[in-house]
Design a protein around this ligand. Structure first.
Ligand SMILES: [Zn+2]
Length: 155
């Protein structure tokens, strides 16, 4: 017999969905950047969707399928996601462009064997917990020259 509490962890809502979307963003970001397709600038999460913004010198929308496949390969490896903090001056190998100067103690999320990014979190404990990532669309932001939105979700 099921107690009411058994359902507490069910459903892709709330914080846990946020953790999955956040972790997916780290993977998408590195896939795009390491393939030279663009540079990450910002993220916005809304319920069960994420929107990552990149500056790109190519038609990023042509890479939708490739990006989705590579992201899901990383998810499929079920890599551990570790969190640690380090003084800003010792985080020199990590890109801190997006971290305000006032932050002296930087939180790093490391997807072991894949990437390390400065972030406030929260994130899942292993990439397999993200679930299947779908890149819903990649569109150029209207009125801009090189700015693209990657819309995605996780199931
Ligand atoms: Zn993050």
């Amino acid at each position: 017999m099921r107690l009411p509490d058994d359902t507490a962890e069910q459903g892709p809502t709330g914080l846990r969905m946020g953790e999955r979307l956040h972790t997916a963003e780290h993977i998408i970001r590195t896939v795009v950047e390491e393939n030279g397709y663009g540079r990450f600038t910002s993220i916005r999460l809304k319920k069960n969707r994420g929107r990552a913004t990149f500056l790109s010198g190519i038609d990023l929308s042509s890479k939708r399928q490739e990006i989705e496949e590579k992201v899901n390969q990383v998810i499929g490896k079920d890599l551990p996601v570790k969190k640690y903090t380090t003084p800003r001056e010792r985080a020199d190998v990590i890109n801190l462009d997006l971290v305000p100067e006032s932050v002296r103690e930087v939180t790093i999320y490391e997807i072991q064997g894949f990437n390390r990014l400065a972030c406030k979190g929260p994130h899942v404990g292993k990439t397999g917990d993200v679930g299947k990532c779908t890149i819903l669309s990649i569109e150029k932001k209207e009125g801009t020259y090189r700015e693209y939105f990657i819309h995605y979700t996780v199931e």
